[in-house]
Design a protein around this ligand. Sequence first.
Ligand code: NAP
Ligand code: MG
Length: 453
Amino acid sequence: MSTHQVINPATEAVIATVPAASEQDTKDAIARSAEAFKTWRNVAPGERARLLRSFAQVVEANIPLLAKLEVENSGHTISNATWEAGNVRDVLNYYAGAPERNFGKQIPVANGVDITFREAIGVVGIIVPWNFPMPIAGWGFAPALAAGCTVVMKPAEVTPLTAMKLAELALVAGIPQDVFQVVTGSGRVVGETLVQDPRVAKIVFTGSTEVGTSIMAKCAPNVKRVTLELGGKSANVIFEDADLAKAAASAPYGVFDNAGQDCCARSRILVQESIYEKFMEQFEVAVKNVKVADPTLDSTEMGPLITAAHKKSVESYIDESLVAFRGTAPTGTGFWIPPTVLAITDRKHRALSEEIFGPVVAVTTFKDEADAIELANASEYGLSGSIWTNNSARAFRVARGIESGNLSVNSHSSVRYWTPFGGFKKSGLGRELGPDALHAFTEEKNVFFNTDI
Ligand code: NAP
Ligand code: MG
């Protein structure tokens, strides 16, 4: 079997060698998954719930190990990686409550009884990117397993280690063999096979808009179900009536968390022109305070980028003549870029429209509320965003006006596992998380029983 080397992005050291599965290996996994579905779908709801709680407990016991693996493999800070492993536990616990609550409806009809059922959809292929390997995996597999689906999951080739560990932990927890499988390898081979194979009933994909749209097209011939979580170019909109000190102090964390490799990163900062100078002064102090360092240290706030190639792509956006100020980062080995702020006046500049996916933020100004909404919406994306104002009527108006799936007012929070998450426009299709996540893994069936017989 061919293999792939896994590299620590903070040190550039090879830390593991993992299998690169072939098309046949992937098809074999799909066949086993389809076989396992026949029994898993019929496991009693209470028993599926118990197994998911058991999985959550095993994850809980392994949080330090999972976090360490993620720091080494992805360069995530130890505090972020610990939170991410805890998120997998929480999402499993949350959806462990779902099998017994997978309700249908009873709808009044003449001469009979009409009932709806939510039937498990079948084998689900989950394709995970490298930026948040653990949470994005869990948001797919936890509700899928709760619904009675079986899962074949493909992590990104560069970040497979926590996914492989989670598959081992599922077995330790008592999840039956082949119900949750992880197949490591490339998108071109393993990903494509999951997308093309008619035995896979649904694809859950998170990653670039480019690959997501090609997957959607390839799912069409089989009318294969698809959930897409794609890119973003989210706006952090700061009005003159905002608490400026808080808006400026928090702005770096709205974009530079995970070194900006976050689909929800507020990578455009839109500031009302009347407060622009004051904002930039305070923002500069905050950016220079971001602790970019060895991700194994508890005090570190930002680590390296994922690969040398990705670092190069991010650097291509850094036009020196537009740099307002920068933070600091280690030099030498590792794929480091300091937090970088670009001041942009040309509204057509590509740094204001393209997803950079690194620690580079574009700041520009707006005149009034209408201009702010127009500028925020001048994007093909619509995933996330923040609105800073102390005028609550304005906060509601702007929140309703911005075309985006996840907004926060006077904060940068975006993802809670018990609230729905997903994008408008080219940021995606469908929703993950929240109370209705099982709808994405079930088909609604309507049955009429004639009582007039
Ligand atoms: P990507 O190519 O979209 O990769 C995401 C996942 O899809 C990976 O597991 C990848 O596998 C797989 N994949 C790639 N080509 C595929 C195909 N033809 N069929 C099925 N699966 C396929 O993203 P990337 O190249 O890693 O990153 C490029 C850009 O995408 C980033 O710079 C960023 O702008 C954006 N991005 C967004 C998110 C997000 O959360 N929305 C996440 C990651 C990246 P392999 O990588 O193992 O080949
Ligand atoms: Mg790619």
